[in-house]
Ligand binder design. Sequence first.
Ligand code: FAD
Length: 312
Amino acid sequence: MILVVAEHRDGKLNRATLETIAAAQTTASPVKVAVLGSGVDAVAKEVAAADVAEVVTVDDPALKDYTADGFVLALEQLIGSENPERVFFPHTYQTRDFAPALAARVKRPLVTDCVAVKGSGYVRPMFQGKMQADVAVEGPHMATFQIGAFRADAMKSGGSAQVKNASISIDASKIRQKPEAPFKEAKQAVDLSQAERIVSVGRGIKGQEHLQLAQQLAQALGAELAASRPICDAGWLPMDRQIGSSGQTVAPKLYVALGISGAIQHLVGMKGSRTIVAINKDPEAPIFEIADYGIAGDLFEVVPAMIAELNK
Ligand SMILES: Cc1cc2nc3c(=O)[nH]c(=O)nc-3n(C[C@H](O)[C@H](O)[C@H](O)COP(=O)(O)OP(=O)(O)OC[C@H]3O[C@@H](n4cnc5c(N)ncnc54)[C@H](O)[C@@H]3O)c2cc1C
């Protein structure tokens, strides 16, 4: 059995949780989902609509606000009682905070940032995405899944799983941390991983003064604005808008790349997008290899035409 640990905030399920359930559903094992927190009935019901065997809640005031100790204490007991062969997590900031401590506590190997399930093992990128490693694991273990590696809309739903409250009590005096505001990359950071549409600009935009063109396209599409690294390094856009191995990993429905060459460090951050549109004046640019729609042309001609068409 696979136990997927759900993540939610303010009563809203994180989309990466659905992706992780989709990952678990690619295996032949039954899937259960754990929902931790305080007052999690609504979130548990939402998860129960997925095609899973059972939803297990740990509902405790000590888990109202996330702390690493609280989650480790709760999951240690839950893993003890449910005894799943594998435990899956979305590879989020929160998971990165507590999963290593949990792995040490329950003495299970932890395979992080996986992009695929391969038999009883996993595939994960190495060296900034330049290589993919096949990782074999023996015995009960845990794995985290990169955002965008699986599609949330590939999750099989239509289930009506039972919601069970695990009888677990958490000793609040053992929680050493004080809850803090959820981690954000930078002040006023945008969470691009939740964006449905993204317009991303690269060095082909030439100058900061031309960003407003990309902004107009983003507005016409109802999209967030993002960029390749050189744009953020130059300070034309804040760092929290950078996509790639040293920026955010995103998987929107639509990713429009304007004047981005498609370096591997950029691709690893956006290749999970459902539809990729690339506009680049170099027909040999690597971005076209992963684009669903490619326009080999000057973005300063193509983008105004797109905006005009969209605004019609
Ligand atoms: C350790 C490390 C980490 C990195 N992390 C990241 C990361 O997180 N994110 C990231 O993006 N990069 C990252 N990089 C950098 C990465 O290797 C590339 O250098 C970068 O992605 C290139 O950005 P670009 O595509 O905007 O620029 P370029 O590679 O310079 O490409 C510009 C493109 O614009 C096209 N172009 C030019 N003019 C026009 C026009 N008028 N109309 C249409 N197209 C035009 C060109 O044909 C070209 O393909 C990292 C590098 C390293 C070493």
